[in-house]
Design a protein around this ligand. Structure first.
Ligand code: SF4
Ligand code: SF4
Length: 303
């Protein structure tokens, strides 16, 4: 019993300061403001996965529209270099209040480990915007970057990733992100100089497809490095060494003869649709030719 309680004959004195016990927070209280976000994000992930598994072009563009509108402008859910800073510092938001964000981050991590840069090919709002622009604009506007330049330029993003990480480790200046990625545009903030730089970048993207994603994005570089661990990779045929139709079709410079460059491939499906096309992919024609030969051979006269 406290001294105060003894003095009042065992009765607790009234609280002179007016403090009340903090109400106990239940899971229902915690989840209530997050239900809608969790439901919409789950629906988006389901759409992205169905479009990916079915290799469906219309569903892919529907996913892009949802990524730009919902993940980009409505929620500003994008994986950013600042998330990589959080990994470096091991500094994370409180899980129970940020369930949708953890679902988003977890999906990005797991899908990269399973299939590669699916995030870049289908989920990232900026990537969705530039891929949509690329599909809408006349093909004649495009400047095809020569293969030798494309290969060298693709290393720039790894240099930017390394440079930004070293800068952050030395200065702990998080604001460096605004000079290396344009994702702040979805929050509709930024200085006039940042908007001017973004305008230049978007105009350049009209002519060089997916310019930022292929050559400059540090997040794409980090996911590309993680993609070395990817489990389910795109299957290649033995004929791919010489055929190279899909190498020419890949907009990301991710096919090199028989090899898929996991750092560059964003699982856009273009080559996989080609592999499955029995009219276009020589693999099927060769199988067909061999099958016919097998059928015809027994009919030849025995000498
Ligand atoms: S490369 Fe960067 S901007 Fe492009 S889709 Fe990937 S994360 Fe987004
Ligand atoms: S065309 Fe194939 S290799 Fe190229 S990015 Fe798309 S899925 Fe990857």
């Amino acid at each position: 019993m406290t001294g105060d309680a003894r003095a009042t004959g065992g009765m607790q004195p009234p609280d002179p300061w007016g403090f009340e016990e903090a109400p106990v927070e239940t899971w229902a209280d915690i989840l209530a403001p997050q239900y809608l976000d969790l439901a919409l994000l789950t629906a988006f992930i389901a759409l992205a996965m169905v479009s990916f598994r079915r290799k469906s072009v219309p569903l892919k563009f529907l996913t892009f529209a949802a990524a730009i509108g919902y993940l980009g402008f409505a929620k500003s859910y994008l994986i950013s270099i600042t998330n990589i800073f959080s990994v470096v510092d091991w500094n994370w938001p409180v899980v129970k209040y940020n369930l949708a964000w953890y679902l988003f981050f977890g999906f990005t991590l797991v899908s990269t480990l399973l299939w590669g840069r699916l995030y870049c090919g289908r989920v990232c709002a900026y990537g969705a915007l530039t891929q949509t622009l690329d599909a809408i604009l006349p093909a004649g506007w495009r400047v095809d970057v020569p293969r030798s330049i494309e290969q060298r330029a693709s290393y720039i993003k790894f240099g930017i990733l390394g440079g930004v990480l070293i800068y952050y480790l030395v200065t702990h200046d998080v604001l460096i992100y605004q000079f290396t990625e344009p994702f702040w545009m979805f929050g509709l903030f930024g200085t006039p100089a940042m908007w001017a730089a973004l305008t230049v970048l978007l105009i350049a993207t009209l002519f060089v497809r997916n310019l930022y994603c292929r050559f400059l994005c540090p997040v794409g570089a980090a996911l590309g490095l993680l993609s070395y661990l990817t489990v389910f990779r795109i299957q290649r045929w033995s004929e791919c060494t010489t055929c190279r139709i899909c190498q020419k079709a890949c907009q990301w410079g991710a096919i090199e003869g028989p090899r898929i460059l996991m750092t560059e491939c964003v699982r856009c499906d273009d080559c996989e649709r080609l592999y499955a096309d029995q009219q276009k992919c020589p693999h099927w024609r060769i199988i067909d030719y061999n099958d016919r030969k097998r059928l015809v051979l027994p009919l030849q006269p025995v000498r």
